[in-house]
Design a protein around this ligand. Sequence first.
Ligand SMILES: *Cc1c(COP(=O)(O)O)cnc(C)c1O
Length: 353
Amino acid sequence: MLFDLNQLIRPNIARLVAYSSARDEFSGEAKVFLDANENSLGSPLSKWYNRYPDPHQKALKEKIAFVKQLPPEHIFLGNGSDECIDLLYRCFCEPGKDNAIICPPTYGMYEVSANINDVAVKKVPLLDDFQLDLVHLENAVDANTKLIWICSPNNPTGNSLHRMDIETVLNNFKGIVVIDEAYINFARQKSFVQELADYPNLVVLQTFSKAWGLAGLRLGMAFASAAIIDVMNKVKPPYNINQASQELALKALEEVGQVNDMIKLLVDMREALAEVFLSMPTVEKVYPSDANFILVKIRDARKVYEFLLTKGIVLRDRSNVKLCEDCLRITVGSEQDNTLLVDAMHEWYALNP
Ligand SMILES: *Cc1c(COP(=O)(O)O)cnc(C)c1O
């Protein structure tokens, strides 16, 4: 396959001279730091926070590299995956000229971020079984198509996309293929992070927001060739990952065992919740899920949604989304959350026999 990264980078980004921060120009040990206009006296919080954070997140990346078993040069950290999504547009898509392909129903940020960046979006809907439509995907690609977004496991449908289909896209598309693996820890499928050597056009996104339980820290990861990571580093704001997030994520990474226990519990509860919903009289379908949520097709979805709201329970109403008609997306909650939800559903059926 012909892949030429230099053909894909936006010309202004290729020419860009990256900002050189104080911490870029001097990063060693010193007694006195008077180079960054920080408050040398400290802060109301702790001494640590008066200093700018490491713009390259060296310690954190080394730890992630160890956990993910790949070199730190292949890791980019963003202020949530959402920053990675935005950056990929800004690195590769010329506003008003280039386009990206998304496969709805899928995560909404791919389209919003394209719109923000004035990048055209081509939609190639998933098939009825929520798998990739390879024929239409191939037809949609033109000379200005720079990115194809693949979300697997997909949000909001919950399923993993067939690995062979993804490989077909990777093997045949000369632009960048982004595989968003936000939910990979809940999946039976294996991640694509170990395939970077085979695919110079691959970017894998993962996040601390789901399985790691750290949505509040805003920390997303992109894994790609060192060349792609270099481009993203050039474009990112110098201090995009704050000191507190870097420290706390480092600490969390010591607790892989605890996270794995939570994942196992959430997967068990997902299967139990799916079974309970499947047995409900107006539930037409519970789609198989590889994520920490289930998509449920239910009669009067909007009314059920509104009833649950009156009980203080919030689901995601996806009933207006194409291919998700009458569907509610339900995040797997704690044991107590799930019990409250199921009890409220029984109440609904008592009122609507
Ligand atoms: C939740 C989610 C993310 C996570 O975004 P963050 O900005 O890292 O919180 C990314 N992609 C998909 C598909 C998601 O559902």
